[in-house]
Design a protein around this ligand. Structure first.
Ligand code: NAD
Ligand code: DAU
Length: 395
């Protein structure tokens, strides 16, 4: 892994200077926070397979969303190490940075589910805000050299399109630099963490990059999010809950494309810059659910509950539900030549196939008390106001 020329932001006395080359020889030591979660585990796998000159240290607390099972069968297990720890624990973070001579941090650890942030926001503020702050402080201390911050280091922060708030149907895609307008506790906590990361670049010269990404889907996604929830519930003949009228719009990105984008930014991105990463599509939620139902019909044609679209159940909307997101991804395409390789139809088909062949992985989650509690808490009694909880046709 080598890096291109970097352009600095921040004072000239510290950190990376404008135009300074960032390439250096030798093995890199990459800390992936949240590496046992959905995107993190895919990224660890992607990085180990793509680059022979990296050691990867996964640092993860293993909350309900993280699992060592997500890190099974890694392509180069000898170059990977797992450390269980909390991003809010400064002493533990200091230790892992020093013991493993970390020069690159890819920060993915977070509380990530919007619905949980509505029910219980506390953990979101702790992990997403305080955790990011703790990591920034630890990196600033660990990477201090005799003449200011070392130039051969990088803090990459993974953020979300949700920080920009909701778009109306005809609004143009949002470009980097647009004003933030987060509307859920999750989005607000991510926005706060983004501001902290940028503040550490301008104030201390910490060499940072930021990627803001749209909705990911693919292998190892925890089945609380729409795509895996529909696949898992549909295969079992359970109701498929669609919030509100189902006409909300998201941009869907296969997680492997996201991982390739992060690596491109690490290697060739400009220091101090933010890059948008999206799949370039705009289906309604209902269209996504119906596409998944058609894939389930094809896979389980004899199921008693086929056609699976009969399981679609309109339920009470998410409070403050953002209507639409859409990212302008011109910068990453023009500067880094990145483009998504998975179309949505093929990506969803591959994802259904992955879940169908991952029964043991799924069962471990489905049978857990935490998962059952969450499903009951979020969905029991959440009908559409007509009171009988029965499936509905689209409004
Ligand atoms: P996830 O919920 O699947 O995984 C989060 C991981 O972080 C888990 O392994 C969990 O154990 C770990 N974690 C949580 N709290 C921790 C703590 N205090 N210390 C250490 N580890 C902790 O999340 P994801 O979907 O993989 O998202 C990863 C990152 O990408 C998040 O920052 C999220 O905001 C961002 N993001 C996600 C999406 C998406 O569609 N999933 C889109 C854009 C951005
Ligand atoms: O946009 C990027 C964001 O995408 C990430 O920052 C978040 O971490 C990630 O969780 C995701 O947020 P969403 O809220 O968009 O994802 P989710 O899968 O929860 O919901 C997708 C859409 O589907 C959203 O409009 C809400 C709707 N939905 C979701 C669930 C769980 C339903 O209609 N029914 C459901 O049961």
């Amino acid at each position: 892994m080598s890096r291109g020329d970097g352009e600095a932001i921040g004072p000239d006395s510290v950190g990376v200077r404008r135009g300074q080359a960032l390439s250096w020889p030798g093995v890199q030591h990459v800390l992936v926070t949240g590496g046992a979660g959905f995107i993190g585990s895919n990224f660890v796998r992607h990085l180990l397979a793509a680059r022979a000159d990296v050691r990867v240290i996964t640092y993860d607390l293993l909350t309900y969303a993280g699992s060592r099972e997500n890190l099974r069968d890694l392509p180069a297990p000898g170059r990977h190490l797992f450390v269980q720890g909390d991003v809010c624990d400064r002493a533990a973070v200091d230790r892992v940075l020093a013991e493993h001579a970390i020069d690159t941090i890819v920060h993915l650890a977070a509380e990530s589910h919007v619905d949980r942030s509505i029910v219980a926001p506390d953990a979101f503020i702790r992990t997403n805000v305080t955790g990011t702050f703790t990591l920034l402080e630890a990196a600033r201390a660990a990477w201090r050299g005799p003449a200011g911050l070392r130039p051969d280091v990088r803090f990459h922060h993974v953020s979300t399109d949700e920080v920009y708030g909701a778009l109306a149907p005809d609004d143009p895609p949002v470009a980097e630099g647009a004003a933030y307008a987060p509307r859920s506790p999750y989005a607000a906590s991510k926005a706060a963490s983004d501001h902290l990361v940028r503040a550490y670049a301008t104030t201390y010269g910490l060499p940072v990059t930021v990627s803001s990404c749209s909705n990911n889907y693919g292998p190892y996604q925890f089945p609380e999010k729409l795509v895996p929830l529909v696949i898992v519930s549909g295969a079992l003949g359970k109701p498929l809950p669609v919030y509100g009228d189902g006409r909300q719009i998201r941009d869907w990105l296969h997680v492997e494309d996201h991982c390739a984008a992060i690596l491109a930014i690490l290697e060739r991105g400009r220091v101090g810059e933010t890059y948008h990463v999206g799949g370039g599509n705009q289906p309604t939620n209902l269209e996504v659910v119906e596409a998944l139902c058609a894939l389930l019909d094809a896979r389980y044609p004899a199921a008693a509950h086929a056609p699976h679209r009969s399981l679609i159940t309109f339920v009470a909307d998410r409070p403050g539900h953002d209507r639409r997101y859409d990212l302008d991804c011109t910068r990453i395409q023009a500067e880094l030549g990145w483009r998504p390789r998975h179309g949505l139809a093929d990506g969803l088909a591959a994802t259904v196939a992955w879940y169908a062949s991952s029964g043991a992985w799924l069962a471990a989650i489905r049978d857990s008390d935490d998962y059952r509690r969450w499903i009951a808490l979020n969905y029991d009694g959440r009908d559409d106001g007509r009171g009988d909880g029965r499936p509905r046709e689209a409004p």
